[in-house]
Ligand binder design. Structure first.
Ligand SMILES: Cc1cc2nc3c(=O)[nH]c(=O)nc-3n(C[C@H](O)[C@H](O)[C@H](O)COP(=O)(O)OP(=O)(O)OC[C@H]3O[C@@H](n4cnc5c(N)ncnc54)[C@H](O)[C@@H]3O)c2cc1C
Length: 222
């Protein structure tokens, strides 16, 4: 009996040792990200592309050409800058790139005339550094979690939706109830509808989704 108990203890200890070794092996193989959730880190602006009169794409370099940013799809970052009065300002932004884009990340920013962080981005030149902290956010995309996603986006809320699809194949334009019915998965327990837009749009979409019979449990607002 004593012999059996001693053997069982050894098996349990061996099991623990294997589990710890496997944990370290898996984690040492996982590429480390460049973000720190506690501390701001600086990234160099290497390219700035004007997309319209008030929207620009900002490309930032990671420490090496093979570095991984370390941001799950659907999560965002905090960016720190200075407003026109020289006061510190921190705002959330969602990169349009994903972790398979090695060595860099990109932000698409809409700059408002009186916007505080907009001022910082408007002033940024190639070679300047941006302070970034993260990852942040309640939403985490995991493949297979639901059967289908539906996405409703407007304004700068389009940026989180740029991440998952290679190319947008859904509808474009003023979003009506009919448009939702045509393009989004029908109400069901195993789908998720994501929405991200200006507050009036989010409110209108919430009304349409409720009227169409979507369960609130299947809705997520960024
Ligand atoms: C999760 C998340 C992700 C986001 N991702 C992106 C992204 O990828 N790209 C992007 O461009 N944005 C994104 N945003 C929005 C972003 O965080 C900022 O809200 C946006 O850049 C505006 O910030 P700002 O400091 O420039 O403007 P603010 O200073 O907040 O001003 C916003 C607007 O209000 C007006 N305003 C400000 N003060 C007054 C006042 N006293 N009276 C009247 N009007 C006033 C300004 O003129 C401007 O039009 C995201 C937001 C969230 C929550």
């Amino acid at each position: 009996m004593d012999f059996l108990e001693a053997n069982e203890t050894q098996i349990v200890i061996a099991g623990f040792a294997i589990a710890i070794a496997a944990f370290y092996l898996i984690n040492s193989r996982k590429p480390k990200g460049c973000l720190d959730p506690e501390k701001f880190r600086d990234f160099k602006l290497v390219k700035r592309t004007q997309l319209s009169h008030n929207v620009a794409k900002f490309k930032f370099a990671l420490p090496t050409p093979t570095s991984v940013f370390g941001l799950a799809i659907g999560q965002h970052i905090s960016c720190r800058g200075k407003d026109s009065q020289g006061e510190e300002v921190i705002k959330p932004y969602t990169p349009t790139t994903v972790d398979t884009d090695l060595g860099y990340f990109e932000l698409v920013i809409k700059m408002y005339p009186q916007g505080r962080m907009s001022h910082h981005f408007r002033e940024m030149k190639e070679g300047d550094y941006l302070s970034v902290k993260g990852p942040k956010g309640r939403f985490k995309y995991r493949f297979g979690d639901v059967r289908a996603y539906g996405m409703l986006a407007g304004g700068s809320g389009i940026t989180p939706m740029f991440q998952p699809p290679e190319r947008w194949t859904g509808g474009v334009g003023f979003v009506t109830k009919e448009m939702i019915k045509e393009h989004l998965p029908e109400p069901a327990f195993d789908i998720k509808i994501l929405r991200c837009g200006p507050p009036p749009m989010n409110k209108a979409m919430a009304g349409h989704l409720e009227a169409l019979g979507y369960d609130p449990e299947t809705l997520f607002q960024f």
